[in-house]
Design a protein around this ligand. Structure first.
Ligand code: GAR
Length: 211
């Protein structure tokens, strides 16, 4: 099983979904470590309840030196002999230094159907634009923010009466389904980057579109 670290900054509900999925011994990844850049992240408590090792690399202790922060993260990952990294609500932009070091072995979940709505406040912007479908994307991390080869997506309808919160909740449900699926595809070697920009999963059914 691939030794996987999850990087969080907050609540950690996606982290919880990955940990739960990986409790099945047949799952091709095991969650070995949870790292937070915030000492007060709620997800840290949750990880401990699951008996998972945790570490804090507090970005505020690096005086704005992004690379020094990332070197520390990298050292913690290497010391734990980590194979794969899953970003789950990790709210720091990573520089090419760390991204390149983990190319093809680091994945992220973004709360929108990329390439639409990169960045923050995705649900507010989806409502402003009046899109009728919204959702979430798991992708390999590349040097550009919220870019990189797409592994899987999940779509949800946008309803007339939606608020950013109601839409976020519907998307979050789908996040919890697609992230374990994506980690499974990557850890088993089924999801592979093709030509640097696209991911082949070898099976059209691997994309989750629960409509
Ligand atoms: C999730 O909706 C995730 O997609 C999003 O933050 C939330 C974290 O929730 N990530 C980003 O916006 C990344 N820029 P969680 O801590 O409960 O998993």
């Amino acid at each position: 099983r691939k030794k996987t670290a999850i990087l969080i900054s907050g609540r950690g509900s996606n982290m919880g979904a990955l940990i739960s999925a990986a409790m099945d011994p047949a799952f091709p990844a095991e969650i070995s470590l949870v790292i937070s850049n915030r000492p007060d992240a709620k997800g840290l408590e949750r990880a401990k309840e699951f008996g998972i090792a945790t570490a804090v690399v507090d970005h505020t202790e690096y005086g704005g030196d992004r690379q020094a922060f990332e070197r520390s993260v990298d050292e913690v990952l290497k010391a734990a002999k980590i194979d794969l990294v899953a970003l789950a609500g990790f709210m720091r932009i990573l520089s090419p230094y760390l991204v390149n070091a983990w190319a093809g072995r680091m994945i992220n979940i973004h709360p929108a159907l990329l390439p639409s709505f990169k960045g923050l406040a995705t649900h507010e912007r989806a409502l402003e634009e009046g899109v009728k479908l919204h959702g979430a994307t798991v992708h390999f991390v590349s040097a550009e923010m919220d870019d990189g080869p797409i592994i899987t997506q999940g779509a949800v309808p946008v309803l007339d009466q939606d608020t950013p919160d109601s839409l976020a909740a519907r998307v979050l449900d789908v996040e919890h389904k697609i992230y374990p699926k994506a980690l499974q595809l990557v850890a088993s070697g089924k999801a592979k980057i093709k030509g640097g920009t696209k991911v082949a999963t070898g099976d059209a059914d691997e994309t989750v579109a629960p409509l």
